[in-house]
Design a protein around this ligand. Sequence first.
Ligand code: BGP
Length: 460
Amino acid sequence: MKVEFPKTFFWGAASSATQAEGRVVGDGKGENIWDYASKEYNHRFYDGVTTENTSLFYRDHQQDIQKMQDISFNSFRTSISWSRLIPNGTGKVNSEAVQFYNNVIDELIANKVEPFINLYHFDMPMVLQEKGGFENKEVIEAYKQYAKTCFELFGDRVKYWFTFNEPMIPAEAGYLHDRHYPYVVDFKRAATVLHNIILAHCEAVKVYREMKLAGKIGIIMDVIPVYPRSQNPADLYAAEMADLFYTKSVNDAILKGKYPERLREVLEEYDQLPEVTETDIQLIATTSIDLLGINYYRPRRVKAKECLPNPQGVFSPEWFFDEYVMPGRRMNTSRGIEIYPKGIYDIAKKIQTEYGNIDWFVSENGIGIEGEEAFIEEGIVQDDYRIDFLKEHLMYLNQAMDEGSNCLGYHMWTFVDCWSWGNAYKNRYGFYRLDLSTGAKTVKKSGLWFKEMIENNGFD
Ligand code: BGP
């Protein structure tokens, strides 16, 4: 075996509640921002597909978990839907949801698939969004209670917990870049949301520690490695700023227990500093995680600004750098992002050298392709491009591990083709194809390749 992984390595895939569960009549689920936005702002979603029509993990979980076992997963990440478990955001728990998540967890364990459970994957309950979502400190308290409820209900069996998926995204996409509801465009509000999400993370970790449960708790982050166009100081400055705003802001707070001083200086200079109290600073400084998940899809290439930003415009990190379109870059044209397998190695090195070589795993990595039906032959999507993508990324990951990186696993995005934030079912990522007209879920060639790779702990 040329590329070999430890026998204890976690292999599987990731998914999330809103993207996969779907709705069935009488399930008692409350509305979240995606249920609301995909109806009320339907034009923003590819083909107008709403959350109601997602791949029905709620109904099919038993067969789906069997499908995980069929391709030899030993672990699987999904999230609990806050608005399913506690339809009003606070207070009464939905017994149907408790039953559902109990079934999922028990079924996974019975199939020797370790459940990795995330508490928040972009899906704020609508009632709490109406109160300001994470702009409102009361929602931090509500999240803490929700987290506690989850630990009480499922903490006897779930050994791997995650507080948030990509904490930057609800802030950046929801409050600055107009991609997620509530479609606000205001840097300071985005910064407040990010800060409050970090506080909510800390509160959940604190509760988990107090409960003395026998498991690990962490967070899933999207680290986009930044590469400057050149070594020219102006390009280097652009890269430093992109990294500061989009990576170090969250990473340093979570992994080093403090925000970068440089960030504070810049935000102060532009009058964009959110309110951060001494108590907040203390809470962040005294919280640490056990396991870090990293989602990796693409690099961020940047260059010095070509034009001065409009001082009348909305302040944004993009005031400090421009995107660099590197000649010859390799693109996933369906998703419009660069494919750069070495990025995974660079992230591993960064964790090793700058963040204490903490235990981590690849919590998402994948390639979303439009029009995959064109690759169906003999009833199977012949997705050799996905196998190549996997091989290349795994080779770089393996190299980093040989050099001492504490990587414990690899989860692909995703298990069955799922609904996505905006793109709905346009780009397909799954090991299983979902036929939207029949609901059938059929393994792809990559799923079979992954199975063999797991069974051999590597590949040639
Ligand atoms: C990650 C999210 C996932 C998933 C994935 C694919 O950032 O955590 O929920 O959606 O990206 O991206 P997209 O669906 O936008 O193509």
